[in-house]
Design a binder for this molecule. Sequence first.
Ligand code: PRX
Length: 635
Amino acid sequence: MSNYHIKHLEEYFQVYNKSVNDPETFWGEIAEENFIWHKKWDRVLSWDFTKPEVKWFEGAKLNITENCLDRHLITRAEKTAILFEPNHPSEKAQHITYRILYEQVCRMANVLKDQGIQKGDRVCIYLPMIPEMVYSVLACARVGAVHSVVFAGFSATALSTRINDCECKMVITSDGSYRGKKTIDLKGIVDEALKDCTCVDSVLVAKRTNTKVNIVDGRDHWLAPLMNNASALHNAEIMDAEDPLFILYTSGSTGSPKGMLHTTAGYMVYSSYTFKNVFNYQENDVYWCTADVGWITGHSYIIYGPLANGATTIVFEGVPSYPDYGRFWEVIEKHKVTQFYTAPTAIRALAKEGSEFPEKYDLSTLKVLGTVGEPINEEAWHWYDDHVGHNNSPIVDTYWQTENGGIIVTPLPYITPTKPTFATLPFIGIQPAIMDANGTELKCNQVNGSLCVKFPWPSIARTIWGNHQRYKDTYFTTFENKYFTGDGALRDESGYYRITGRVDDVIIVSGHNLGTAPIEDAINEHPDVVESAIVGYPHDIKGNALYGYVTLKDSGKLRDEETLRKEINQSITEHIGPIAKLNKIQFSDGLPKTRSGKIMRRILRKIAHKESDNLGDLSTLLNPEVVQSVIDNAF
Ligand code: PRX
């Protein structure tokens, strides 16, 4: 008998031990008893982290959408699957039942087939948080196409890079999107991006804002008429367990974004099992994750995890500040939300506006609060606990990454005693290790080291699309035979893990992973710039903000600094998107460098943290004289 739903702490430890001592039996039982398969696997797991290669449930045949949709038609056809809450509160929410969702996904699957999409083809989804986002993701999975969702806040350049990297044949978008007071011309951004993409044959356009769009004959099609004419039945493509399900791009510390590839069966089993336990989901609960489907949190915990469990999951189009800072709480009251999952940056931004906003609403339906995306500071944790949960709803501080597919360190609500700033215990099946700089596992407590995982779990990403070597180099070479997260962590005496932040050049700003290299590349595109270096520094709401040190050419030194700052941020917006804009830009005559010419970010980081009286050893610098002037001009 498998332990699909863990109910108390002792059971957690028992199940955890079983998952570690005999992972194949454990995961085999979970998979067999809780999902539908066309054929069972020949082998539960084969793996080799030195290659690296990981295969779960090899030989099994399935379609993930049959697990998310078809099987619920027997018992939950009229239950709300998707509860769509529009940007503006005066627009009516839509309750999309499992039956309607099934039909819409089948219709869209038939549209994809009619447009020539075959199993294995890549389809880019560039949509706002509207029901079509869910239809598109699931329709791709239904026909065996690999979806690559690109967050609709990314620029045309960022979009075209991602479309070209995995050679998408199709883009699914909308005429426009609403974000608070703004209307964004999404189709215009797609048109701009496609000037650089020869791989795309067709574009499907959902209507949302009635923005006037340019329809390219033969390439672009309005989605609604095609769906209306399509059959509401579709036989799902039968997939192999290890067939690709999706690609999702994440920033690296260097180079282009990494297309993390997730496969079908292991991802389904792990996202579903974590959802059930981390959120303690019960049949009549209304679950709300405020993330965007453009990020992994939206993939695993708005779409796949909840739907595999037959849950009601809210798709929220809006923003927390529109029409005012009470919006989240208003939605919780209106839909009687039971689980609420958001990011520390949102909590801090809302806390700043004062507790009078949550106080106006009835939040008594809440049973579990979640946070994800960056370390949560103690103050924000307590505000969330006091003013949202009324000290009645446990907070699950869930640690994981795009690469992980699902939550890997977390409390289980009502089971694991929580401790602010600690993500607490490894989830079932996760074997963490904290490593010192010499590559030795730290057995003692309270020492910060590099967080690794020693054993594969079902939803670990299998590769970086088109670049397996980079996958190996990034995650499996720093520590032998281990997956390296890139995060620092320490453990306390009760075995709780605290994530202490990135140990590489990835900076988490408002919960978004940003690599420094692509931002620096965008700045260096400016004709007046010689070179630049980006570091993070603490910010009350964003967690971290970006500080840019920029060396100007002589031409730039003659220009107005404020204008230059605007132009630099404009270049970043064009190349990446507004999320990567710099909070501070300091112009300097030179940047501190090693003798081999590498910029010493360690020093720049200290200066940005206002710790310039403690810069450490400067003797290895090629140009120690620039340091003082950088300090003098810092602000
Ligand atoms: O640094 C960790 C941080 O977010 C990174 C992963 O970002 P991404 O792939 O965009 O996925 C975010 C959502 C799953 C991690 O390497 N992070 C995520 N959750 C936490 C966290 N840091 C501390 N505590 C967390 N709960």
